[in-house]
Design a protein around this ligand. Sequence first.
Ligand code: AMP
Ligand code: FE
Ligand code: FE
Ligand code: ZN
Length: 297
Amino acid sequence: MFADLHLHTQFSDGTYSPGELVDQASRHELVAIALTDHDTVEGCAPTAQACDAAGIEFISGTELTAEQDGHEIHILGYCIDTGDPKLLAEISKFQLVRQNRVREMVARLNRLNVPLEAEAVFALANCRSPGRPHVARALVSARLCANLDEAFERFLKKNRPAWVPKFKMSAADAIELIHGAGGVAVMAHPGLNRSDEVIPSMAAAGLDGLECFHTKHSSSTAERYLQLADRFHLLVTGGSDCHGTSKGQPVIGTVKLPYQHVEKLKARAVSNRAQAQLPSAKKPAKTGVLHQADPQP
Ligand code: AMP
Ligand code: FE
Ligand code: FE
Ligand code: ZN
């Protein structure tokens, strides 16, 4: 029994609709999936419905962008209440930042004599959480770049001429936001960020887990994060980070997380919620992480 806990749809920068994503999950015989679109939870309800029909367990989720000690960190929130007012208010601010950032990237492209229009990007993205992949796709579809790699290499990668930095909350704020929505906070693809030194402080800030298994983690990288997860008493998760067909072959099915980790994740959501309901004076100090097996006060 295997799960994939890192997937994107058209509600952010993936190419699959919820139905197409769930069809793919069925094809790969996954028993559980989580949807982790960037800065949105809009895709959760339709994906949950498609999962119900397909007999697949659905875990709600999102992927937030944060910053810790100068490193960009992606934080996955799982088992979140997708109607949580604070979460919804915050992510709608992040979406506005993304929309303004698209306009700024397009303005920079225009100053470079690349005649792209912001409306073309928004029409193509057709979602509230547009990002650089949509700008790249719009450049390709307007024949201003030959392919997505060229768009990123020439214009959109960090420090390239149309790159615009994105506002990022602190990792501690992201973790708090996810916990406030009843969820479990997991550091996404740590091997991509080359920022292992932030793991201790994130664990102290209440991080629940590490995404040890990811398409871009080699087996030795996965092993390193399994050891770090063990050392810091963090849960183990994994997923393909499939964005559909945007980057060639879809990667769903290439990372298969044993289901026992999903059970531990769900148990952590229950214990986080129970802890949040305690009167604040009785809450355990958040100076370390609670081990799954630690007795709950
Ligand atoms: P954003 O959140 O707008 O900064 O965009 C980040 C997204 O761009 C991530 O989902 C990445 O998968 C994607 N991305 C980053 N670098 C590249 C690249 N060189 N080629 C294609 N996609 C990329
Ligand atoms: Fe993405
Ligand atoms: Fe990410
Ligand atoms: Zn992702």
